[in-house]
Design a protein. Structure first.
Length: 139
């Protein structure tokens, strides 16, 4: 049986890998921006520096988001809900991950299906967008 701790561990691993990748890209973008030399065409120089700065801001935002996701998971702000057909981790909107060839959908608690999953008791079901779900376990 799939354990919440296993799912969170895998998700943390993927988030840490993403964070490492984002930090490497940020470092490269900063180096690129700082190594830009002023040319005789001043507008070209300013435009390329501004484009690099926009990329840096975007990466910084993604890094902050990933760090917040990691913090939320470490504080155990998650519910693992297993239905007869699907597995959901209600915590952060990360998308799909796979553990032992089982797909887990990582969704936020503001997702429309999350409210149904959280409010449905074990051994009862609900219909969402024409699909029937029966909750098997919650943790």
């Amino acid at each position: 049986m799939l354990q919440k701790s296993d799912v969170i561990s895998e998700l943390l691993s993927q988030l840490n890998n993403k964070l490492k990748f984002l930090n490497q890209n940020l470092e490269s973008a900063i180096i690129s921006r700082n190594s830009e030399t002023k040319s005789s065409a001043g507008d070209k120089f300013e435009t390329s520096r501004e484009m690099a700065q926009i990329e840096i801001r975007k990466l910084e935002t993604e890094i902050l988001k990933a760090q917040q996701f990691i913090q939320d998971l470490q504080e155990n702000k998650a519910d693992l809900i297993i239905t007869e057909t699907e597995v959901f981790l209600i915590s952060i909107p990360f998308g799909k991950i796979a553990i032992n060839s089982k797909t887990i959908y990582c969704i936020s608690n503001s997702a429309p299906i999350a409210k149904l999953l959280l409010n449905t008791e074990v051994s009862t079901g609900f219909n969402y967008r024409g699909v029937d779900y029966k909750v098997v376990s919650k943790s």
